[in-house]
Design a protein. Sequence first.
Length: 266
Amino acid sequence: KWKGEGTTQNLESIVIGRCYDYIRIVNPAVGEKNCSAIWEAFKNAFINKDPCNILPDDYELFINLSFHTIPPNKSLFWENNQLLVNSFAGRGRRYMSLADTLFGFVADYLTWCGQANSTGLDYESCPTMEECENNAVESFWRKASATYAQHSSGVIHVLLNGSVVGGAYPEPGFFADYEIPNLQKDKVSRIVIWVVDDIEGPDIESCGTHTVKILENRLKTLGYDVTCTDNYKSVMFLLCLDYPDDSKCALSSSAPATQRGPISSD
Ligand code: ENP
């Protein structure tokens, strides 16, 4: 009856399995967590309720049970480049995006919803944002985003896509609406913005232009120390893995000489 995809099959096994994978293998530093209680709290946020009347705070217990601290200088916010962020973050090894925290990890790429007057999940269809914004998935990410931003500290990183038409910094968007407002000014030392174009994509936005300029101005007005870099090299190297022959991926021919530096006397 809804326009969106239904609940992911085997949701319970996936959430509980991902929880154990996270606490035992991906990031044991978070310590002991009760994965079955985390699943129950997750499910109780939306089962037996009108699927269009789920609020972020319905996930409060889920967040309390799955919460852990986020290492300083490791937060990575983003828009419009989920796959790139997944590999760049390296499951928390390089950066810890929301999907690399336990509370984001268990839900990443999944769909879920319940139904009024039934304790069952709806595997046929779930409401889209157009049908109602207070749906189970949207409210989950609103709560998770706000929590993630509140607990981010040190140098904050933001990876934006300079090749998208709708704006590298979309408004409305999770970063604009739930993350920036929840950053704790006294815990954040600096905000580093990276605007990276797709290798074969157009260069629509850059630091200092269009929506990136709007973002830079907003953050500066809020009192943050902001820097912005176009086509940050580390991210480019990762993208270039799939386009080794593209001209944007050529390693500069002067590089070896530069690296060798001045002729040494020994
Ligand atoms: P999209 O639309 O590119 O990608 C949405 C996909 O990313 C969904 O599969 C979603 O899982 C998963 N996902 C991972 N983290 C988030 C998330 N954090 N979030 C919403 N979906 C997330 O991404 P969006 O909607 O623009 O969100 C980007 C936001 O993520 C940025 O604000 C960034 O800073 C933040 P599922 O379960 O829905 O399939 C917050 C909102 O980390």
